[in-house]
Design a protein around this ligand. Structure first.
Ligand SMILES: [Zn+2]
Length: 127
């Protein structure tokens, strides 16, 4: 199952208080072109929202600049993400529930709620 040579499997640690388990994620570096495309797509959606809300009475003083601001912030945030988690699995240290990690821009440490016991799990790369 290694059709894309650019993904790396990285060991992770999952913590709740003083309990911890290990797991793994598969990550990949995002090429600059793809990062730009994603960021542009996000900004376009908010730009469209800004144009549409121009026609809303009274609220047009607030909504268009607000959606442009949010769009720019989210787009920059997306562009700043240099990696992506494509797959992964952790075991909850508390209830031993196995969870797969959603596809997401890579940030460490990340916090995820256990689908079994609703504890907040802190997931970080193994050091
Ligand atoms: Zn749990």
């Amino acid at each position: 199952m290694n059709e894309t040579a650019s993904t790396q499997k990285v060991p992770i640690v999952c913590k709740v208080d003083d309990l911890s388990t290990t797991g793994w994620v598969e990550r990949r570096d995002l090429p600059q072109g793809e990062r730009f495309q994603r960021a542009a797509k996000i900004f376009m959606v908010f730009l469209a929202a800004a144009f549409l809300t121009v026609f809303v009475p009274v609220l047009h003083f607030v909504l268009p600049p607000l959606s442009l601001l949010i769009g720019a912030t989210l787009a920059l945030n997306e562009y700043a993400g240099t990696g992506e988690v494509v797959n992964g699995e952790v075991t909850c240290p508390n209830c031993k529930n196995k969870m797969s990690l959603p596809v997401e821009t890579e940030t460490w440490p990340r916090v995820q709620r256990c689908s079994g016991c609703s504890f907040s799990l802190t997931i970080d790369r193994e050091k």
